[in-house]
Design a protein around this ligand. Structure first.
Ligand code: GDL
Length: 672
């Protein structure tokens, strides 16, 4: 271990993907860090060209000027600016010109007054190029060799950090103690270099003392935690406003430091950084005082309250983004009038002027609870989910006893009240004087307001009321009725999807029935049929339509429906001799010889998994086979993609090439 006295590094790493912070945000960060007793800022914005992609390129005079100003701003605030390069995308470790490029670039930044540096090798390909394979025994050796040389070239800076490629336990094979990569780093990396570590995972829910003791033994030094607990660069719908949590303060003496890599949006990081500062304040607490200090350990709940109380004051400042309403932001005191209304005074019968209700601590607490932590929702969010879950399960049915109906109504009202408080919080936030904070929060609060409003409308529908048409949960909702875009659609198809935090492991209890069609099903069948026609908007006459519409009767055992709790959600009708349903020679004789039967099928889009629909088809195919049919075809309007894609996944049907077919028609068939 190095002989240099080592202060606990505490602060922020700007290490996320996406838009880097502005220079004025960084300077504001240093001001806050100083105020809250944090001492380090690691400059590592992933998408800054000259940090990663063009790491070799030197800074232009203008850029140099900006960096110099930043470095001295940090110094003035007593914050150590650690300048990092991420050369791992394309560096050839064995090429001396690459080493020279690293030295040249870091030398330039050293010339700007920077004294602390870092080399980061996270998120890169671990396969070495042929030249490096010849020169080094392993990837770890390559990184360590270059890093040690740069460290010596810079005259062994007091702070020099190294981020390994395996920077969390989950990346280590077969385990942390047995990782060849980490063992090499631990043995060979100069003792004056500190190592970054994100904990058990990239985003670690907990970091235990035992896990840190384990990795420190391999690294032969205590790590600096690069904490991704508040990072949100991996999901544009998430923001983390919960407290720094699940890192016991007993870790502090076992660590070299903690740097949080927080949300991409600068302003909402008030909570992340403030609560980290509260946690780090335990680094200064004298351990010998332990006896006197009993019961005063870090309390995330209390730390959050302190942070939100201070943040509330910030919301009252009339800060504007650069350039808005006449130039850069100037902090103003809360009681100053942020707007002028040009002397307009409404008459006695006019509309009164719009007045904004002030934001409250309760609003900020609710906001934080809705956007809490990656593995945990805040208390109100959990309550809302639980209530919605209950309301959905116990939706009043006609046979429910009145008491249950009463409880349902009471809970529905309470849920409505919770939703309303979210909407009111949104209103007060969007009227707060500090537009800088608002704009950083806007997409998120708008998103949650929308989500909650839809949930509120859904509960109203369950209770027999009709929500506003814009919120109607029909099969043709407005786009805010099916949220999340394409990525959301992918997500819903993956096994990890669905209420992970709250209802983990609860199986989907949806039950489907397959049963013979009865004439009473006709209205529901026609409804599904019409909806599909509206969706596809194609008017083509199909043989199968005549079966669905009841003009022609299907063959024996060839009319089935699929049913869920809400009613009929799919159907299949088939006829062994398709020709008997045709009014003209609609399809070529050659096709009908191979595929004499016809089948019409639709499954409603609310049915998420197709396994029951498969059974529906299988049963019908075997009935046709029993009737002696050689093959069956099914017709689709070419933009009825859902059913077309579904039949393709069965791997039973093929698209038939039929001469003279209209372009908006697709025929699929299978031999029996
Ligand atoms: C990572 C990246 C980091 C990113 C974070 C969260 C490290 C060491 N590297 O793996 O840049 O912001 O995940 O997505 O954490």
């Amino acid at each position: 271990m190095s002989k240099k006295s080592k202060m606990f590094l505490s602060g922020v790493v700007e290490g996320f993907y996406g838009r880097p912070w502005t220079m004025s945000q960084r300077k504001e960060l240093f001001r806050r860090e100083q105020k809250w007793g944090l001492n380090t800022y690691l400059y590592a914005p992933k998408d800054d060209y000259k940090h990663r992609m063009y790491w070799r390129d030197l800074y232009s005079p203008e850029e140099a000027e900006q960096l110099m100003t930043l470095i001295s701003a940090a110094k003035e605030r007593g914050v150590e600016l650690v300048y990092a390069l991420s050369p791992g995308l394309d560096i050839t470790f064995s090429n001396p010109r690459e080493l020279a490029a690293l030295k040249r670039k870091l030398g330039q930044v050293s010339g700007f007054g920077c004294r602390s540096f870092a080399l980061l090798f996270d998120d890169i390909e671990s396969e070495m190029c042929p030249a490096d394979k010849e020169a080094f025994g392993s990837f770890a050796e390559a990184q360590v060799s270059v890093t040690n040389q740069v460290f010596l070239h810079l005259k062994e800076p007091r702070v020099f950090l190294f981020c390994p490629t395996d920077y969390c336990a989950a990346f280590c094979t077969p385990s942390v103690p047995q990782s060849a990569y980490l063992n090499t780093v631990g043995e060979r990396l100069d003792a004056g270099i500190d190592i970054l570590w994100t904990g058990p995972k990239v985003v670690s829910q907990d970091i235990s003392v035992a896990s840190i003791e384990e990795v420190s033994a391999v690294l032969r030094r205590p790590p600096v935690i690069w904490d991704n607990i508040h990072a949100n660069d991996y999901d544009p719908q998430r923001l983390f406003l919960g407290p720094f949590k699940n890192r016991p303060t007993e870790l502090i003496p076992k660590l070299r430091g903690v740097l949080t890599n927080p949300n991409c949006e600068y302003e909402p990081n008030f909570v992340a950084i403030h609560t980290l500062a509260t946690w780090c304040s335990y680094a200064q607490k004298d351990v010998s005082m332990e006896g006197d200090d009993q019961g005063s350990d870090y309390n995330p709940h209390e730390a959050l309250r302190l942070a939100l109380t201070d943040w509330l004051v910030e919301f009252g400042r009339a800060d504007q983004p650069d350039g808005a309403r006449g130039g850069p932001s100037k902090p103003q005191v809360c009681d100053e009038e942020p707007m002028q209304t040009d002397g307009y005074v409404p008459g006695p019968k006019d509309n009164p002027l719009y007045t904004a209700e002030p934001l409250t601590l309760d609003d900020l607490t609710l906001l934080s609870e809705l956007f809490y932590l990656p593995y945990e929702h805040g208390a109100t969010a959990v309550l809302m989910l639980q209530e919605l879950h209950w309301l959905r399960r116990h939706g009043p049915g006609p046979r429910d006893p009145p008491e249950q109906g009463k409880e349902w109504r009471q809970r529905a009202e309470r849920f409505d009240g919770l939703c309303e408080s979210v909407v009111q919080m949104f209103n007060r936030l969007s009227n707060a004087p500090n537009r800088l904070i608002l704009y950083d929060l806007y997409n998120y609060i708008c998103d949650i307001k929308s989500g909650v409003t839809m949930a509120k409308a859904y509960v109203k529908t369950l209770g027999g009321q009709t929500p506003h048409p814009a919120l109607a949960l029909t099969d043709d909702p407005e786009p805010w009725g099916f949220r999340g875009g394409l990525s959301g659609e992918f997500q819903r198809m993956l096994p990890s999807h669905g209420n992970r935090d709250l209802f983990r492991g609860v199986p989907d209890t949806r039950v489907y029935f397959i049963r013979p069609f009865t004439p009473t099903d006709q209205p529901e069948v026609l409804k599904i049929f019409k909806e599909m026609q509206t969706e596809t908007q194609q008017k083509v006459e199909l043989v199968g339509d005549r079966l669905v519409e009841g003009q022609v009767s299907p063959s024996l055992s060839c009319s089935l429906v699929l049913e869920d709790a809400a009613g009929v959600c799919g159907y299949v009708f088939a006829l062994s001799d398709a020709k008997t349903a045709m009014t003209k020679a609609q399809y070529p004789e050659t096709m009908l010889q191979d595929f004499p039967s016809v089948m019409a099928i639709q499954i409603h889009s609310r049915v998420p998994d197709h396994s029951t629909a498969k059974q529906l088809i299988q049963q019908t195919l075997s009935s046709l086979r029993v009737s002696g049919s050689k093959g069956v075809f099914s017709e689709f309007r070419s933009n009825d993609r859902r059913m077309f894609d579904f039949l393709k996944t069965l791997d039973v049907f093929q698209v038939l090439k039929v001469d003279g077919l209209p372009t908006n028609l697709v025929i699929m068939g299978t031999k029996l």
